[in-house]
Design a protein around this ligand. Structure first.
Ligand SMILES: N[C@@H](CCC(=O)N[C@@H](CS)C(=O)NCC(=O)O)C(=O)O
Length: 211
């Protein structure tokens, strides 16, 4: 049995949506951020960084969203959430999974947790604004690369689309939300229309407007 430690709308949403797409048997375990449970001694045994998500797969305890996503794609190849290993398409899939993980997802830490990036508290707002500007440029690049393609990989849907959807959603409160870029808005609408995604959002209590 797979267990996913999650908090509504957090990075756990990517593996949650994937598990619904796969149709796998799994359980959700809420990490109560209201109680700072991600920093509890019990949770730190699972992820010493105290961050969400964690996936438990038998004896395997896995943290890092992108690693969990790649593991799920590999464990359930019949779900087709990643192209075949060794193909150019798979390499392109890796490129986007790593890019999304290393670039906008990492940058969002500065947007959502600017206080972690300053010594002088007075600089917090500047750090947040600068992160917002960098995120805008990152989404410009992603939007340009996506173009008018249906999915990130062209005709085939993959976990990278779910990842991008989650990141578009996180920016809904930004002065220039990612959805204001037409290509990103169109992709997010297509992802949102998927029954598995609807189910994951419903279970997490995420209501419209989603992004
Ligand atoms: N690189 C990590 C980052 C995870 C992360 O930043 N998770 C956030 C929620 S989206 C979190 O746990 N925040 C609470 C905290 O940092 O205390 C991953 O992808 O798993």
């Amino acid at each position: 049995m797979l267990s996913l430690y999650y908090y509504p709308g957090n990075a756990s949403l990517l593996p949650h949506m994937m598990l619904r797409e796969i149709g796998a048997e799994f359980e959700l375990r809420l990490v109560d951020r209201g109680q700072n449970a991600q920093k509890s001694a019990e949770y730190l045994k699972l992820n010493p960084s105290g961050r969400i998500p964690v996936l438990i797969d038998g004896d395997l305890v896995l943290f890092e969203t992108a690693a969990i996503a790649l593991h799920l794609a590999d464990k359930f190849p019949e779900a087709g959430l990643a192209p075949a290993v060794g193909t150019a398409e798979r390499a392109t899939f890796y490129k986007w999974m790593f890019h999304l993980s290393n670039t906008p997802q990492a940058e969002y830490r500065a947007w959502f947790y600017p206080h972690e990036h300053v010594v002088d508290e007075a600089a917090t707002l500047t750090v947040k604004q600068a992160a917002g500007e960098r995120l805008n440029r990152m989404f410009d690049v992603i939007s340009g690369q996506l173009g008018d393609k249906t999915w990130f990989l062209g005709e085939r849907f993959s976990a990278a689309d779910l990842f991008l959807f989650m990141l578009i959603r996180w920016g809904r409160g930004m002065p220039r939300p990612p959805r204001s870029l037409p290509n990103l808005n169109a992709l997010a609408e297509r992802v949102l229309a998927r029954p598995a995604v609807q189910k994951a959002l419903e279970v997490e209590g995420i209501k419209a407007p989603v992004f």
